[in-house]
Structure formats: structure tokens, C-alpha cells
Design a protein around this ligand. Structure first.
Ligand SMILES: *Cc1c(COP(=O)(O)O)cnc(C)c1O
Length: 742
């Protein structure tokens, strides 16, 4: 799956980092100034590899993840690339006489595990080992302790790297390091070098939400300061010939911290600018390509160095292409980028060819481009200070929480709402960052989990808040005595729906919640019960509800209480009352690109696009004669000689049995055909007499668009006297989710 489209800063810097790494291996300034070359390749370019490690850590290392699936996937991917890279460079190894060296086997093991079978390939085993070490440290301990341990490892590495002169001459540690160098040529490897950057990347992601953009100037200043200090450090070490190798500096750590934070902020600014442009999708595709291209550049550039040298020889251009180090550098960059572009284009095209139907009998297909589009148009209609809170309860309305929530998080959605604590925990385990609000009830005995996963609980009534407060105190006394921790909560106000919430007119109790010792109120909200209707009565009721809500807020204000985040609207609330003064809009159904019922009129009509399609395939076609019956209870009898087809999807997949008896239809080859007989638990039958050249394996669309025809979830649900919300969230227990994203 593709990574975040929103991390444009990171993507840009990936390319810069890749070009810096080429610089390390080609020394572009060597024919101009040796010191200049040292500064470029041994100081500036030394930020490149740590940046790559931090980026991986940023996406991978999280204190919430308990299942190691993400880690396994990452390591497997790295090792696969490593395997391919080893094979690519094998001919060069053979040509260089690699297999004739002394002690071949021990050296080979050493290379495979630490040094890489080609000079630049050490990165890959280091990334794998670094990820594993960082992951387990963060999981076992917390970020601070894990960081401390990895810094110690880094320090050990440092004294075998650019401070080796000191350990050798003054500290008498060379025996110790000799031992280390038996196993690995350098200390800049997966044990001493990589882990600290992985931890740091994850830590930055974890704290990201607390960062405030106005600190930008400070960050720039601190980066420059630390970079300057690193520069001085490097020059001093060089002057006294202390370096054995020059990958690790003391000031590299703070320098990387500020550089990475800076890049993240650039992201943010760049995104805001792009959001206003028409062609942002087009631009963002570029950024996405940068991602794969920079990895390819990393792997392939030593090969391109050889290609450039060979070309130079063949064309007798050695003076220009080799002797002039700067031109040599640019030639290698050009060749590497060109190769990367071509390869990644070919690869993505090849990748698109295999599609889902082949292997799945039936599946939910979700279109993340449409999800992104919906986020964009919904944000456009929200007032500027209002933020989108994505409602992803009930498996993201049947769409699959994992792909939906992770993608939303990547494109910059930072607030989520769920119905239950377990849904909240699942989000954290998927690596979701930002605020997660539980809209429903949680048993107070689960306070420790609320804290552990940093979830925000709704206060559903005064008694509940009281219980939660007490339970929190008990639990704190047992475990973290003396801590000033407070449970994050949002107060729900009942303004007329009479479901959850404290009555709007009970100001005393509402006020009291703000002074409870173990509870911090970070938000306050209400829910409108008829915002989907534009009938005068309903509009009046909604307005009364919002008036009651703001009345409570004003009263709190006049009591000197600092007002936390406010929210009122769900999907219809936003579409019909877009101008309410709120900090969040809790958007569910509209995010998925459908409305609850097909011909609901709304004040605003943004161009929403359905995210979900439901598909299956024909597995059997048979002919039946006029008068024969089909299926359970023989409810269908053929009125003509017919051709029928079986689709392996039934009510156990959430496709309602009530659509039996001709109520439901499916799309096949762009034509609408009826479902006949009873829908079974695992199968249903369609009449395809009127469709020419249908064959086994053809795709049937049960929800979604097919060659201009559409079956919308809301229309289908409407036929069942239900709404798309119910229909969608019942899908899925047994269906795989297939992600479409271009
Ligand atoms: C489910 C839910 C929402 C989302 O509603 P949609 O109509 O799907 O946007 C918002 N607020 C609360 C309290 C909910 O329970």
C-alpha cells in the first residue's frame, strides 16, 4: 500500500537524501576542494542515512503496537529488497574476485549480517536490525527509556567511529573495539547506529500532535545551531586525525531531531498551499513517485557509477565524465534518477495488472481516491477553524477500519470517533495517532486501558462521570501514586434527543465535571436528532437544540470556565447547518460518500463519491427450462427457458436476505439483472438470460458502479426500509477488503 500522500516534505527530502548518498560515494567536490568535499560528503551528507532510518521509525515505531505484524512486514520487505540487491550486484562481486578472498565463509556471513555484500548495502541489514531493536525496546519500556538505551548504544558506536582515535590512544579501548571489528567493519551498523534514529522517528510521531507550528523559527534556529556545532565537531576531529570512520557525531543526534521536525513542518505548510490548488492530485502523484524513486536510487547508484565510467571509456570522455568530479556526480545522479523513474513506472503498471476478482469469491472494494476526495470537499465546506473528526465506528461503516483509518491518518486527519473502547484500542494498534473519542459507554473498570491507549471517553451522565473519577483515583493509588494524570473526557450534553448526555438545564452538575480531580474535560458536545430533515418543525427543533447547547457554553463561560473543544454536527448537521461555531465536525456516512437515503435534500450538496463497492463473481452458469423452480422453498419458477448464474455471496456476508424475491438486482456487463429465488446464507442466484456472452469468472457488482450503471447503497437500503448506514455496517464479517488506490 502506498504511504501517506500528505508527507510531501518527507518525500522531497527523500530525494535530496538519496542524492546526498550518491555524493558520499562519488565525492563531487574532490577535484575542486578537498575540505569542501569533506564538508559536503562527511558532514552534510551524513544526515541522509539517519533521515531514512527516522522516516521508517516515524511510520513504524509506536508504543501502542503490540502485534508485531507491522514490524514483520517491514523487515520482510527490507530483506526482500536486500536479497534482490545482493543478486543485482553478484556479477560485480564475481568480477571483483569476491569469492576468491581468504576466509570466505566467515567474511561472507559478516558481510551479509553487517557490512553488506556491496559497500552501500550495509544499510539494509542495519535497517532490519535497527527496526527490531527499537521496536522491542519501545514496546517493553517507554520512549524515554528506549531512547536512553539506544543513545548508549550510539555512544559505544561513536567511540568506534569518528572518536576512535580517542578510544585507541587515550582510553585503551582498542582491544575491545578490535573485537567488535571482527564481526563488523564499522560500528555504524544495525546495533550501534540505526536503533537510536528509529526510536527518535517514532518518538517524534508520537509527540507530533503536541507540536505547535508557530515554533518554526525556533526549530530552524536550533537546527542551524546544532548543525554548526556538528560541523565544528567534524572539523576538529578531522584536524586531530581522530576519526576512524566519519558517520557518527555527537551533534548528529540533536541535528537530526531538529532537521526531521523541520521537514515535518515544511510538510504542513506545503500541504496547506497545495490544498488550494486545482491540480493538487497531480502534484501529489509526483511526490508519491519520489518515494519509490529515491529507494531505487539508493540501491542502484553504485551500478550507475559503473555505467557512467563505462560510457565515459567507450566515448573517450574520461576527462569530462570521470576526471571532473562535479560532472561525474551529476552524470551519476542523472542516470540513477532516470533509471529510478523508468523502473518505478514499469513496476507500478505491472503491479496494477493483477486485480482482486481472480482470487476472491466476493469482496468489498474500497476506493481510497474517493475517500480522499470526500475529505477534501467536506473540509472545503467546514468553517476554517473546524476540524474533521472521522467517525470510524463499526469497522468504518463496514468499509474496514484498518485501511480507512490508516489512510485518513496519513492524509492528515487527526481526530477519530469510535463507539466502543475496543474499537479505540484497535485504532491505536493500527498505529493511529491523534485524538480518539469514544462516543459510547465504557465500563469504568477499564480506566487503565483508557490511559494506556490515550483514548478520550465521553461522559454520558453525571453519575457515570463520578464513577469514572472515583475509579481513576483508586487505580492511581494502586499503580502510579502521586501522579497528576487526568483522564481525557468529552462531556456530552442532552439537548433534546434524550439518549446519552447530561441534561442541558442541569448546569450545576455540568460545572462540577470541570472540577473533578481525576478528569480533564477536553471537549463538550451534543448530537442533533433530526438534522437530516429540512421540514420546518425539524429545523426549529435543531435550532432549539443548538441554542440550548450554546446557552450551556455561555453559562460555563460566565462562570469563568475555560471552554474546551466544541462539536455538534454529524454528516447531515454539516450539510444542513454548515456555519455552526465548532471545533470538530463528527463526520461518518458522508465521509464514505453516500447519504443515508437516496433523495434526501440538503442545503449543501458537495460532490461526494462512494468509497465502497461490493463485488462477486459468477462461478457457475446453468440453463433451466420453462416451469422449473430455483432455490429454497421454490419461490421462483422460470416463465421461459432461462440461463441462471450463481454468485458465491449470501446473507452471511451481510447481503440482506430481504432482497430475495426480485427485490434485489446486480450489475453485470453494465446491465441490471434480477436476483431470483431466496438469497441463501452463502450463495445467491441471478437471471442472466438476457446477457450475451456471459461466462464463469465474470464480475458482478452488487453495490457500486459498472459501465455507467450504478447501484447505490442508499437506494438498496431504501428498498429495505433501512438506511445506507445500517446496510453498510452489516457487510463484512466474512468479506475481504480490497483497496483501490491510484
Ligand atoms: C455515529 C455518530 C456520528 C456520525 O454520524 P453520521 O450521520 O454517520 O455522520 C456522529 N455523532 C455521534 C454521536 C454518532 O453516534
Amino acid at each position: 500500500m502506498n504511504r501517506n500522500k500528505n508527507y510531501t516534505g518527507i518525500d522531497c527530502f527523500r530525494l535530496i537524501a538519496a542524492l546526498l548518498i550518491i555524493a558520499i560515494h562519488t565525492s563531487p567536490l574532490s577535484s575542486i576542494s578537498e575540505t569542501g568535499d569533506f564538508i559536503l560528503t562527511r558532514v552534510i551528507a551524513r544526515t541522509a542515512v539517519p533521515f531514512f532510518f527516522m522516516t521508517s521509525g516515524f511510520f513504524l515505531i509506536s508504543r501502542y503496537s503490540q502485534s508485531p505484524e507491522k514490524l514483520i512486514k517491514f523487515v520482510r520487505n527490507i530483506l526482500r529488497i536486500y536479497g534482490i540487491a545482493i543478486l543485482i550486484y553478484l556479477p560485480i562481486n564475481i568480477y571483483n574476485g569476491y569469492f576468491h578472498m581468504d576466509n570466505l565463509l566467515p567474511n561472507m556471513i559478516k558481510d551479509l549480517l553487517f557490512d553488506g555484500t556491496m559497500y552501500h548495502l550495509w544499510y539494509l541489514p542495519a535497517a532490519a536490525a535497527g527496526a527490531v531493536i527499537a521496536w522491542y525496546l519501545v514496546k517493553r519500556l517507554d520512549f524515554a527509556k528506549a531512547f536512553l538505551i539506544t543513545v548508549v548504544l550510539y555512544m559505544i558506536g561513536l567511540f568506534g567511529d569518528s572518536y576512535y582515535g580517542l578510544s585507541e590512544r587515550f582510553l585503551g579501548l582498542h582491544n575491545l573495539y578490535d573485537l567488535v571489528f571482527q564481526i563488523s567493519d564499522y560500528t555504524r551498523n544495525g546495533i550501534f547506529f540505526a536503533p537510536v534514529f528509529f526510536v527518535l522517528g517514532g518518538w517524534i510521531a508520537e509527540c507530533g500532535k503536541k507540536e505547535k507550528p508557530f515554533l518554526l523559527k525556533k526549530i530552524i534556529f536550533r537546527f542551524i545551531l546544532n548543525f554548526f556545532l556538528m560541523f565544528c565537531e567534524a572539523m576538529t576531529l578531522r584536524h586531530f586525525h581522530i576519526q576512524r570512520h566519519d558517520s557518527m557525531y555527537l551533534f548528529l543526534l540533536p541535528c537530526m531531531f531538529f532537521l526531521f521536525t523541520l521537514i515535518l513542518h515544511l510538510n504542513f505548510n506545503l500541504m496547506n498551499k497545495l490544498r488550494n490548488k486545482k491540480h493538487d492530485n497531480y502534484l501529489q502523484d509526483y511526490f508519491r513517485t519520489l518515494r519509490s524513486v529515491s529507494s531505487i536510487i539508493y540501491i542502484i547508484h553504485p551500478m550507475m557509477i559503473l555505467v557512467v565510467r563505462l560510457t565515459a571509456k567507450l566515448l573517450h570522455l574520461q576527462d569530462l565524465l570521470i576526471e571532473n568530479s562535479l560532472i561525474h556526480y551529476f552524470a551519476v545522479c542523472f542516470a540513477s534518477i532516470a533509471f529510478g523513474m523508468i523502473f518505478s513506472l514499469l513496476y507500478t503498471n505491472a503491479y496494477r495488472i493483477h486485480s482482486a476478482p481472480a482470487k476472491n469469491r466476493a469482496y468489498i472494494e474500497i476506493n481510497l481516491n474517493n475517500l480522499e476526495h470526500n475529505v477534501k470537499v467536506l473540509r472545503e465546506i467546514m468553517p476554517p477553524q473546524c476540524e474533521l473528526m472521522a467517525v470510524v465506528k463499526a469497522e468504518a461503516y463496514g468499509h474496514g477500519t484498518f485501511p480507512i483509518a490508516t489512510h485518513l491518518n496519513r492524509i492528515g486527519v487527526k481526530a477519530f470517533a469510535v463507539a466502543t473502547i475496543d474499537e479505540g484500542i484497535a485504532l491505536r494498534k493500527y498505529g493511529i495517532r491523534g485524538e480518539i473519542l469514544i462516543l459510547g459507554y465504557t465500563d469504568v473498570c477499564r480506566v487503565s486501558e483508557l490511559r494506556k491507549y490515550d483514548l478520550t471517553q465521553t461522559l454520558i451522565c453525571f453519575e457515570y462521570a463520578n464513577e469514572l473519577n472515583k475509579q481513576c483515583a483508586k487505580w492511581k493509588a494502586r499503580t502510579i501514586a502521586g501522579s497528576r494524570y487526568k483522564m481525557k473526557t468529552h462531556i456530552k450534553i442532552d439537548t433534546g434527543m434524550h439518549r446519552l448526555g447530561l441534561p442541558y438545564n442541569n448546569l450545576e452538575e455540568i460545572k462540577e465535571l470541570f472540577s473533578m480531580e481525576n478528569i480533564e474535560v477536553t471537549g463538550i458536545y451534543t448530537h442533533l436528532c433530526c438534522s437530516d430533515s429540512l421540514l420546518a418543525d425539524d429545523v426549529a427543533f435543531c435550532e432549539m437544540q443548538t441554542d440550548r447547547f450554546y446557552c450551556v457554553i455561555n453559562d460555563l463561560k460566565s462562570n469563568g470556565i475555560a471552554i474546551p473543544k466544541l462539536h455538534i454536527q454529524s454528516s447531515y448537521g454539516l450539510l444542513n447547518y454548515p456555519n455552526l461555531r465548532c471545533d470538530y465536525a463528527r463526520i461518518g456516512i458522508a465521509l464514505y460518500g453516500v447519504l443515508s437515503t437516496p433523495d434526501n435534500d440538503t442545503i449543501l450538496k458537495p460532490d461526494l463519491r462512494p468509497v465502497l463497492s461490493l463485488k462477486s463473481k459468477v462461478i457457475l452458469i446453468r440453463n433451466i427450462c420453462k416451469g422449473e423452480s430455483v432455490g429454497y422453498s421454490r419461490t421462483f419458477t422460470a416463465k421461459r427457458n432461462s440461463k441462471i448464474a450463481i454468485l458465491p455471496i449470501g446473507y452471511a456476508d451481510g447481503f440482506p436476505r430481504n432482497l430475495s424475491g426480485g427485490k434485489g438486482s446486480v450489475l453485470i456487463h453494465g446491465q441490471r439483472v434480477p436476483i431470483i429465488g431466496r438469497i441463501c446464507m452463502d450463495q445467491l442466484i441471478i437471471d442472466v438470460t438476457d446477457i450475451d456472452n456471459i461466462s464463469v469468472g465474470d464480475t458482478a457488482t452488487l453495490i457500486g458502479e459498472n459501465k455507467g450503471e450504478e447501484l447505490s447503497a442508499s437506494a438498496v437500503a431504501n428498498g429495505l426500509d433501512s438506511i445506507s448506514n445500517e446496510f453498510l455496517c452489516r457487510l463484512g464479517a466474512r468479506l475481504p477488503v480490497v483497496v483501490e488506490y491510484t
